[in-house]
Design a protein around this ligand. Structure first.
Ligand SMILES: NC(=O)c1ccc[n+]([C@@H]2O[C@H](COP(=O)([O-])OP(=O)(O)OC[C@H]3O[C@@H](n4cnc5c(N)ncnc54)[C@H](OP(=O)(O)O)[C@@H]3O)[C@@H](O)[C@H]2O)c1
Length: 372
């Protein structure tokens, strides 16, 4: 006999309107939708599996998907009316899929809602259909994958930071392009971000001198604890002055773009390298308001190398090595990370916007949707 119907609320964070050039506004562009429910016992799985969301990871790349569909980029655009889609940790409640069983924990792309019938299709991220296909990208490498239980060696939230896309991006980009040499100097912008904090640690492992910047004094202290030799608050010290004093730079890992990139170009040495990982200072402003970089002629004068980087191109190849090496280093405390936990999916929209505005709190933001 079928179990009695007992629907439970299934709140979700919905993309309600494209924000144009500005920051998304909670209640206008992203909203909590409390109208849905789901019957966890009776919902038909159709060969798939049912998951309960534990943690969600608001990330800058999600902002790019909110753009106008007319604007070309490296992913498809988010669908208005559908939940946000990003990375998360889920636990399987029921399954009809081979290789996936109730109780499994999985990490990967998932909609921002409490419960999901997987695999999730509506509004999901696609790279293959974008106008700038990534070529080597394999969507399955970012789909939900079963992850091992850390058994208390580290909290599950590490899967959203150092063991998630920020950590993997840093690891893959550094491995592919840094060509790090002992004694060289690297500058890491947004060094307290999920990506930046991993880059600082990887660079120190290679014996580099690390200069790092962030927007609060607390983050400066954190970057020093991660191993940065010198770190500064860009709201209190001019980037260019600081780099003049502590450079020149052999390598610049850029998460920020704009005036920070301009300052780094000025202080890179001849044959210096730039890894462009992101440009957080530009995601929420229109072209006309961006900082125009005035010293690009240094690129030829100093014979600089500028390497753009997208994790999508590297995930399939690098993920197996990353997951075989990095969790053990995290468990041993040789690689560390901080997460800023925001409790409750109802606080998710604000956490997402805070992250885009530069997050005053220390650590990679993580939304705790449910405890085990
Ligand atoms: N290329 C790729 O494949 C790839 C993959 C993952 C991430 N990324 C990029 O890597 C960067 C870090 O990502 P994450 O997930 O690690 O981020 P995160 O932990 O959420 O941190 C983002 C940080 O960016 C800084 N920021 C935000 N807005 C800014 C602004 N207007 N000006 C200057 N700094 C600003 C803030 O720190 P401060 O205190 O330093 O201001 C903020 O805490 C982002 O640019 C992201 O797009 C790229």
């Amino acid at each position: 006999m079928a179990p009695p119907s007992r629907p439970v609320p299934n709140p979700r964070i919905v993309f309600t309107k494209r924000p144009g050039n500005g920051f998304p506004v909670v209640g206008e562009h992203i909203s909590l939708d409390n109208t849905r429910s789901i019957d966890l016992e009776r919902v038909l799985l159709n060969g798939g599996f049912l998951t309960k969301t534990l943690l969600l990871s608001p990330e800058p790349a999600m902002r790019e998907r909110m753009r106008d569909p007319e604007i070309r980029s490296y992913t498809t655009t988010a669908i208005v009316g559908a939940p946000l889609v990003g990375f998360g940790l889920v636990v399987v409640l029921r399954s009809e899929k081979d290789g996936i069983k109730a109780g499994d924990h999985m990490f990967g792309m998932t909609p921002f809602e409490a419960y999901t019938l997987q695999p999730y299709i509506e509004g999901r991220v696609e790279y293959k259909e974008s106008e700038w296909p990534a070529g080597t990208f394999d969507m399955d490498s970012l789909a939900l994958q079963v992850v091992p239980d850390p058994q208390g060696a580290f909290p599950w939230s590490r899967y959203c930071s150092i063991l998630g896309i920020p950590g993997l991006s840093a690891f893959a980009g550094f491995e592919a392009y840094a060509n790090a040499q002992e004694g060289e100097t690297i500058f890491v912008s947004s060094g307290a971000s999920g990506v930046g904090s991993m880059v600082i640690q990887l660079a120190k492992m290679k014996g580099m001198k690390v200069i790092a910047s962030a927007g609060t004094n607390k983050k400066v202290e954190h970057m020093k604890r991660l191993g940065a030799d010198v770190a500064f608050n860009y709201n209190m010290s001019a980037v260019s002055d600081f780099l003049r004093e502590h450079g020149p730079l052999d390598l610049f890992w850029d998460n920020v773009g704009g005036s920070t990139l301009e300052a780094a170009i000025e202080h890179l040495t001849v044959y210096g390298r730039i890894i462009m990982c992101g440009s957080a200072s530009e995601y929420n402003i229109g072209l006309e308001d961006r900082h125009g970089i005035k010293n690009t002629s240094y690129i030829f004068k100093k014979r600089l190398t500028v390497q753009g980087f997208l994790i999508a191109d590297h995930a399939a190849k690098m993920a197996p090595r990353f997951f075989s090496e990095v969790p053990a280093l995290v468990a041993q405390g040789k690689l560390v990370s901080e997460e800023h936990l925001v409790h409750g999916i109802e606080n998710g929209p604000a956490a997402f916007v805070d992250m885009l505005k530069g997050g005053r709190a220390l650590g990679k933001p993580v939304i705790v949707v449910a405890e085990e």
